[in-house]
Design a protein around this ligand. Structure first.
Ligand SMILES: C[S@@+](CC[C@H](N)C(=O)[O-])C[C@H]1O[C@@H](n2cnc3c(N)ncnc32)[C@H](O)[C@@H]1O
Length: 298
């Protein structure tokens, strides 16, 4: 069981999400990224006494902890362990009908980062897994073992936005001829050595972007977001709100473009909503959060 410290969790942009989502009693809401249930709990509270919540997450550890926070709302919520890209199918299968609002708060939860064990962080020495959903077949070490040098360079360049991608990919391929790369420490050491000191970034660890790129590839994160945003609008009631929080520019660009391109969506936030200085002070993770909101046309 995780310690209480691991359970401390501050949902980002919470007041802003509630402001735009406007949960009401009698409404049906979807949280596509349950995590530790910070937003879900607030939605259930704000939609008392009769609002319903369908929450998705593909990480069984997150679901187990979320259930502890939500049990007091028993009967009003349902948790589904599934990729949020499959929300449209799920809503159809469960005959839920169109919903009044949907929230996505994508990326990793503080649990996945802090509790560790899956190699998300280069600061710890852990098996290089990086699957948020342990039922997925391909882990980070599988990618490192099996991708060609070119594929690895593309993952690091496009998903990690790492300018030194080619150098790092070459170093990975060179190293794997000698030994299997299976731990986060091995990988971060390879990156540290591959990039000349003078190119090490000042504000972030030199391996940050490599880890980001691999994580996005392992979990097909950009594809999931695109697929969901393509398919979900048809499951929103007219006037329903779609709120999406992202943490890096690749995801934000997808949300911005999908909102603009979709004929049934009207953009509510012309610019992304960001955290106040006060929120950033209390929760530094909120610094890079961007919230975009659209509404289903009437
Ligand atoms: C940033 S956390 C959400 C935190 C949550 N809003 C809260 O207040 O506790 C993101 C969660 O989404 C989950 N997740 C990410 N991508 C997913 C996907 N494609 N399908 C289902 N869950 C996903 C992760 O497992 C993680 O638990």
């Amino acid at each position: 069981m995780p310690s209480s410290a691991e359970r401390v969790h501050i949902p980002v942009l919470l007041q802003e999400v509630l402001h735009f989502l406007q949960p009401k009693s009698g409404g049906v809401y979807v949280d596509g990224t349950l995590g530790l249930a910070g937003h879900s709990e607030a939605i259930l509270q704000a939609s008392s006494p009769d609002g319903r919540l369908i929450a998705f997450d593909w990480d069984d550890r997150a679901i187990a902890l979320a259930e502890q926070s939500l049990h007091k709302y028993a009967g009003r919520y349902q948790i589904i362990r599934r990729n949020f890209a499959e929300i449209p199918e799920s809503l159809k299968e469960q005959e839920i009908g169109n919903v009044d609002g949907l929230l996505l708060d994508v990326g990793l939860s503080s649990l996945q980062l802090d509790m560790g064990g899956r190699g998300f962080s280069f600061l710890q020495d852990e098996p290089l897994d990086m699957r948020m959903d342990t039922r997925r077949e391909i882990s980070a070490k599988d990618l490192l073992a099996n991708c060609s040098e070119e594929e690895l360079a593309d993952i690091l360049y496009y998903y990690g936005e790492e300018k030194q991608a080619r150098k790092i990919a070459a170093a990975i391929v060179e190293r794997r001829k000698k030994e299997r790369i299976t731990t986060s420490k091995q990988l971060s050491n390879i990156v540290v050595k591959a990039i000349p000191r003078r190119f090490h970034p000042k504000k972030i660890h030199v391996a940050t972007k490599t880890f980001q790129g691999l994580r996005i590839a392992v979990n097909t994160e950009l594809e999931n977001l695109s697929v969901l945003l393509e398919g979900v609008t048809a499951h929103l009631k007219p006037g329903a709100r779609l709120c999406v929080i992202t943490f890096h520019s690749l995801e934000d660009r997808i949300v911005k473009n999908k909102f603009r391109q979709h004929s049934q969506l009207e953009v509510v936030t012309s610019k992304p909503v960001v955290a106040s200085e006060e929120e950033i002070r209390i929760n530094p993770r909120s610094r890079s959060a961007k919230l975009r909101v659209a509404t289903r046309r009437v």
